[in-house]
Design a protein around this ligand. Sequence first.
Ligand code: ADP
Length: 474
Amino acid sequence: MKNLSIRFKITLWFTVALSVVVFFTCFVVLYADHQIIQKTIRDSLIETVENNVDEVEFYINFNHTDFKEIDEYIAFHNGYLEIDDDFLDQVNEVYTALYYEDGTLLYGENPISRNTSQLQFTDSSIQRITVKDTIFYIFDRKLTSEGLDGLWLRGVVSEYQGAVHMSSITRLALLFLPLLVLISSMGGYLLARRMLRPIQEISDSASKIRTGGDLKKRIEIGSGKDELHQLAESFNKMFQRLEEEFEAERQFTSDASHELRTPVSVILAQCEFSLEVQRSSEEYENALCTIQRQGRKMSRLINDMLDFTRLEMRAESYIKESILMTELVETICFDMALIQEKDITLDYEAESNVYFNGNRQLLSRMLTNLISNAYRYGKEHGHIFVRLICTEGTMELSVTDDGIGIDPGEQDKIFRRFYQADPSHSGVGTGLGLSMVYEITQFHHGKIHVESEPGTGSKFTFLADCRDEFSNTL
Ligand code: ADP
């Protein structure tokens, strides 16, 4: 059963359920029909006999003027019986006969008179006897009109008449109902096939993607809003997401190897240069310095890459808590002000008691990256200013410098991985600092934007909602 297709299973269940319903309906209908027919037969028997009661009359004198050829006249006691021509001795398979009390047939017909000769007359009640497997209903009426004492009318009808009617209904039912079940099952099968076609298409597309590895493929099942279309849409969104993720991953791997290739090539070239022939001690020193510089660059790159992938892969495992941002900003700025690179001074201003619901490690990393860049791209004797404020539930953390600035055309690209806007400084950084900042702002559902002018300086601002359940300004 498990190996059967859903389409087949649905059709099978549908057919079984329909057959059961049809069977019971048939049973109920035939039973009800049988009861009605039997009642109709009995009613017709009673009605015929009752009608015949008034058609028998007794006369003492035979009056020739009343004589009608179509009536029957039978000598009876000291007079005669007149059986009116309206007396129906055989109508609609109902037989009526006139009897003496001792069971002797006087007039009329009874197809089972031999079997009923011993049957006691019972006034106005129906009796049932079986003759050769056929049930007969018998209805007796005692005649009470003047002169008719000792006479009975007996009506007889067989159930066979109803059975004929029933068997034609049964024949029809036996012919048409299986046909109906068959047609409905075929209809059900076609409907199930039609309805489940999108699932087949989803399965086909998924296996094409699996075997061909083409994540650009999408499930196409036309327009619609039912569950299957929603399922296909969810799958398509998932494929879209996977495609983007794989593309990003591919790009990252390619960028990373590209970035690592340069320092590795330089190190290898320096090694070959030093080992080729005997070099002067100054040349050896220069080569070692270059190797050390490139080695450091590689180390920074690898560390940044590890941090970046850790952030991407374990974003959910970074716990958020209520952080006193004022303290975090002041501590970082105090420490980084000690760098005193290029004689740059770092000032800061943090509004007191600013709380934010976030991850301490990531927020520290974001601010450190922004301040590091401000030093890296700052001018000699320049200034860096860090500011933290909270206005109307929005926290604003900005890092401003008066450094080299960023070209307007580059400003939306600098958050990309490995992107470095200024080639003259490309040896210093790794191109991953701002993309990490961007990821951290995303993690905190915040925004980062940059205002910059080449030659004048840059301002990076992180904006985030500090009104949620943990964040507040006391
Ligand atoms: P990098 O390691 O090269 O600094 P980032 O991702 O931190 O990488 O920054 C990307 C690029 O954005 C840098 O290469 C630089 O050109 C530019 N940039 C970042 N911060 C500043 C800044 N404060 N002033 C000028 N340019 C900046």
